[in-house]
Write a protein that binds this ligand. Sequence first.
Ligand SMILES: NC(=O)c1ccc[n+]([C@@H]2O[C@H](COP(=O)([O-])OP(=O)(O)OC[C@H]3O[C@@H](n4cnc5c(N)ncnc54)[C@H](OP(=O)(O)O)[C@@H]3O)[C@@H](O)[C@H]2O)c1
Length: 296
Amino acid sequence: MRAAVVTSFGGPEAVEIGEVALPEPGARQVRIRVTAAAVNPVDAGVRAGVFGGAGKRLGLGWDVAGVVDAVGVASGWNVGDEVVALAYGTAKDLGTHADQVVVDADAVAVAPRSVDAAHAASLPLNALTAAQALDRLALEPGQSLLVTGAAGAVGGYAVQLASRLGVRVIGLAREDDEEFVRSLGAERFVSDGVAPGSVDAVLDAAILGADALEWVRDGGVFLGVIPGAQPESVRGVRTGAVEVAADGARLAELVALVDEGVLTTRVAGTYALDEAVKAHARLAEGGLRGRLVLVP
Ligand SMILES: NC(=O)c1ccc[n+]([C@@H]2O[C@H](COP(=O)([O-])OP(=O)(O)OC[C@H]3O[C@@H](n4cnc5c(N)ncnc54)[C@H](OP(=O)(O)O)[C@@H]3O)[C@@H](O)[C@H]2O)c1
């Protein structure tokens, strides 16, 4: 089968499409025939060597929508099930940018019925990150949350999920994104920040760092998206960073929200797996609204 891998770090051209052995699922694992697999910023990071792993073959791709085509012992899934999943890991030797991928059975959920595979594939990584970030923030209805990068994947899902919980969401994004961010449920839109100390919490999906920390009230919470890169705590503000974890049960809840129309997925374009280099180059250009998705 084909897979997109990196064997030496670099720009988009470092992505190789190679023939690799078909992986077999072990106990409590399934193999998925990939229908669609989103390209995320983390894939660009792996490709560029941000997470290390020099000298190894690194598989690309975390998000997948597809059909179960082989099951290990006690997987709980059946061949033919239409699913979505998160293939966690910056140092895995094969990822979802491939014809087939093996994932842990408990990272899998039944696919949404209301969207196509490309949209479904844009869900797992970023919706799980947003949901797990909100768990960490543990805000009460009526408290305020400023989400930076609110028009992006993590930020957009966070705006939708937090608004639904009754949190008062301020979305920070580029000026052109105001209408979109408001459509996600943000009570307020800003493009250049808020008064110092004026919000209960910040989820910093645009990685503004210390600037965004200033907006949090004394004793509030700042949550970044790059573990270890969050600013030092000041004024009693707790600082931390979310690190996504695979969670099929939680993913199933997010799938249900897609089917209920609560969560909206966004796809900017699709590429064949053989065109993965082009997809990486387009991601590197920036300015995308929605995910690029590989369709083998
Ligand atoms: N820790 C984890 O487990 C985890 C999980 C998922 C993602 N992440 C990380 O989270 C980050 C966001 O991911 P994503 O997929 O949501 O990226 P994305 O879709 O590209 O969204 C980022 C958004 O932030 C905007 N932005 C950047 N700088 C801004 C600024 N100064 N003012 C206003 N808007 C600004 C971008 O706009 P422009 O396009 O115009 O710049 C874009 O709309 C990435 O670094 C990703 O690697 C971490």
